[in-house]
Design a protein around this ligand. Structure first.
Ligand SMILES: [Zn+2]
Length: 297
């Protein structure tokens, strides 16, 4: 995978022409639906303005009657996720096969239409962005967004204070929605915590490691051993891929347990990055018992 090439491809060309569609007005009042085809407003570089692509998508959703006739971009659009994120870059012109769409009312029929007619669409996921996917805690089941069509692989590239980039690959149907910019903020907070508290770079625990960003960062920062743990076996699989992708071959252990059951005698630092809204009281207590420093990110 050539990351730099992918980053370069995010930029628009000098001929890309912007157009803004009003987000709060019914789409039908703003644009002639007959014009909205796969080539409408496409630049010679192959990109189209995001608003045009989202309008094209919403048009198909309106015609398929899964959203109201008076649907607006603001109220009725699916969540547009990119299959490649770099830092805080938020391209307003997008190329073919780059969008992962999430909406609770997608059907198989609409999914096929969107894949066929909108060249930018790479994957259709059915689900609500309010729902947590993955495994919330030890008492809950693993949940996914449903893949109706396409490939849900997403790459996130984070810049770091070390100058080195961290790359995470995930299957968006299986993971909580978090994009590169959010992870990058967490890495900065972790970096500052370690520095400000003069944390000894011995053993670190990434207690709910998910894709492994925080643990990978601590490894790159020079910790002698990083203990990765996640209760969800699917996260452990993704973590293993991401360790390889970031060139990490030793100096770590991987566990697939609830943190409450993890057996570690002592660590210099334990990082807790729980699901939003999770009750982490018991987890924090345990972390404080085994680690000299505990940081909740
Ligand atoms: Zn262009």
């Amino acid at each position: 995978m050539d990351i730099d090439e992918k980053i370069n491809a995010l930029h628009e060309c000098e001929n890309c022409t912007d157009i803004q569609i009003k987000k709060f007005s019914p789409l039908r009042d703003l644009i002639d639906f007959d014009e909205l085809t796969g080539e409408y407003m496409r630049c010679e570089c192959g990109k189209r303005p995001l608003d045009i692509v989202m309008s094209h998508i919403l048009k198909i959703m309106i015609e398929s009657e899964i959203v109201p006739e008076k649907a607006t971009l603001r109220r009725n659009s699916p969540v547009p996720l990119s299959n490649f994120y770099f830092s805080s870059l938020n391209p307003q012109f997008i190329g073919k096969k780059t969008l992962i769409l999430l909406h609770p009312d997608f059907t198989d029929e609409v999914a096929i239409k969107l894949m066929d007619e909108v060249p930018e669409v790479a994957c259709i996921l059915k689900g609500s962005p309010q729902n947590t996917v993955g495994q919330f805690d030890r008492d809950s089941q693993i949940t996914h967004f449903e893949i109706l069509a396409g490939d849900d692989e997403q790459i996130n590239v984070m810049r770091t204070l070390l100058g080195e980039k961290i790359v995470l690959v995930k299957k968006q149907s299986k993971h909580h929605i978090e994009v590169a910019m959010t992870t990058e903020d967490k890495l900065v907070r972790l970096h500052n915590y370690i520095k400000n508290n003069n944390v000894e770079k011995g053993v670190a625990i990434d207690a709910m490691c998910g894709l492994g960003a925080l643990g990978i960062y601590m490894h790159k920062l020079g910790f002698k051993k990083v203990i990765f743990n996640d209760i969800n076996p699917e996260m452990v699989d993704a973590l293993k891929d991401n360790l390889k992708l970031n060139g990490i071959e030793e100096g770590f252990e991987i566990y697939n347990e609830s943190f409450e059951d993890l057996s570690v005698e002592h660590a210099d630092l334990c990082v807790i990055d729980a699901f939003p809204g999770a009750d982490i009281e018991e987890i924090t207590k345990k972390a404080e018992k085994i680690a000299d420093n505990v940081v909740i990110i």
